[in-house]
Design a protein around this ligand. Structure first.
Ligand SMILES: [Zn+2]
Length: 248
């Protein structure tokens, strides 16, 4: 999205403002960020208005069901580079190679995570550690039962309810990980922020997923013979615009 945006609206300031709208975790924050952009550059704001609806690219509109706040992913690029060797093979060989690569990858990731000594993965631990560090800038005020009002010196303020696990910035709801404000409140209790995360982020669930391994298969010699009509090989032609194997 930014690549298209910057063709007409380049510059560091606009880039920051566009990202602020994208990263807004509540609709109110999104509206404020969009208003700031409109005041700074009305043409850039018009571009956003014409873009697909924010439910497709702004965190504020994401469902809390998936516990994922990824707004950029480069899944296609690693996948393509991973299957690079196999890409110009005929379909069956390509699938066989892709299958072997997946088998190896699943095994390696499962083995590495089994050895990992903590109950959550390294990335999740790093996020929580960073937020614990940041949480020193936030000051929680307890209401005596279940709520905290969490403030920072720049006058930002969020309401946190640890029992209901509700935080007005919505980061916990969306990601399943306590936000910096929630951590500031959690630190006032006996709880460990590393243990206040959604089930999805625990190592036990990761290993459960990676227990679904690919089954080994024998060579074609041992495959059962098919009684259906044998197909002739297709005519081989070089396709126009075929993706190049050599990469920069
Ligand atoms: Zn928060």
């Amino acid at each position: 999205m930014y690549r298209n945006f910057k063709k007409k609206h380049p510059g560091k300031a606009l880039k920051g403002m566009l990202w602020s709208t994208i990263r807004s975790s509540t609709i109110e924050m999104y509206k404020k960020a969009a208003k700031d952009l409109k005041e700074y550059d009305s043409e850039a704001y018009k571009w956003i208005e014409k873009a697909p609806r924010p439910m497709h690219w702004c965190k504020a509109y994401f469902s809390p069901h998936t516990k994922c706040v990824m707004i950029v992913n480069n899944l296609c690029e690693p996948f393509n580079s991973h299957i690079l060797e196999a890409r110009d093979e005929p379909i069956i060989s390509l699938l066989q190679k892709a299958r072997e690569l997946m088998m190896e990858r699943i095994q390696k990731r499962k083995a590495a995570m089994t050895r990992y000594p903590h109950s959550t993965g390294p990335l999740i631990r790093k996020i929580i550690e960073d937020r614990i560090e940041e949480s020193f800038q936030w000051f929680p005020q307890f209401n005596g039962i279940d709520g905290y009002q969490v403030k920072c010196p720049t006058n930002s303020q969020f309401a946190v309810n640890l029992k209901k696990k509700s935080y007005t910035c919505r980061i916990w709801e969306l990601s399943g990980l306590p936000c910096t404000h929630a951590i500031a409140a959690i630190k006032q209790t006996e709880n460990d922020p590393h243990e206040m995360i959604a089930e999805f982020h625990y190592k036990r669930l990761f290993l459960q997923v990676y227990n679904n391994v690919l089954k080994p298969i024998s060579s074609q010699l041992l495959w059962p013979e098919s009684s259906t009509l044998q197909l002739d090989l297709p005519m081989s032609t070089v396709q126009p615009g075929r993706p190049k194997k050599a990469r920069k």
